[in-house]
Design a protein around this ligand. Structure first.
Ligand SMILES: [Zn+2]
Length: 219
């Protein structure tokens, strides 16, 4: 009881409400170009139905073997969503679509992940944070027109040299798939990350602040 009262008073003082993102789904698709605050966090599901979602950390099917997100929402800053929508449009004209594995990750969840695996080779130290904590990073792959995942050579979050863009000992088809993903993402203002073929940062997003906004889940 004492603890609840303490939490309640703390919430009143620091306004706990403001640390939650609006997870309400819009009945109609919204237009991202009408969003004026490019740094605001939005749910990408309100702006497009053309993405495939496979949010690994909202399930136990990840290297932590633990579900660390309450549900599979994908929040990102408006500018990241804008760039990603454009990249996806380009993939769609070629018969593919982006599949999302991870988007914005609140700092508190970064801490939780670090607690499970406190090793900087696998998880970013929450003291430093990652671009995922800044709303500018996405972990993605591609699916073809019938929804089959394109072969990228390794699974998402495979920790080994085979996941690196520098690793060349792969079939010509896999190398071409990775190149296709990378070249398109680079065209739309993203930067690749050498050791993970799936990770892309919006250019300049390393300058944005770390964020710890959580979200409520809807039924
Ligand atoms: Zn990532």
């Amino acid at each position: 009881m004492k603890k609840t009262l303490f939490l309640f008073i703390t919430c009143l003082l620091i306004s706990c409400k403001s640390s939650y993102l609006d997870s309400k789904k819009s009945a109609v698709l919204l237009d991202i170009t009408r969003e004026v605050d490019s740094n605001a966090f939005v749910n990408i599901k309100n702006y497009s139905k053309d993405f495939v979602f496979d949010m690994k950390y909202a399930t136990a099917d990840n290297f932590l073997k633990e579900k660390v997100y309450p549900c599979d929402e994908c929040f990102l800053r408006v500018k990241t969503v804008k760039a990603l929508l454009e990249a996806n449009k380009s993939f769609i004209t070629k018969g593919f679509r982006i599949k999302l594995y991870d988007c914005y990750r609140p700092k508190s969840i970064q801490k939780k992940m670090w607690k499970i695996v406190p090793d900087a080779n696998f998880v970013a130290n929450p003291k430093k944070g990652s671009i995922h904590n800044r709303g500018g990073a996405v972990d993605i792959s591609l699916v073809d027109s019938v929804g089959v995942e394109v072969d990228m050579g390794t699974k998402f979050d495979f920790f080994g040299e085979e996941a690196s863009h520098k690793y060349q000992n792969l079939s010509p088809e896999i190398l071409a798939n990775r190149k296709f993903l990378k070249e398109t993402m680079l065209l739309y203002n993203f930067k690749s990350f050498d050791s993970e073929w799936w990770h892309y940062n919006l250019n300049g997003s390393n300058k944005d602040e770390l964020s710890n906004q959580k979200w409520h889940c809807q039924d």
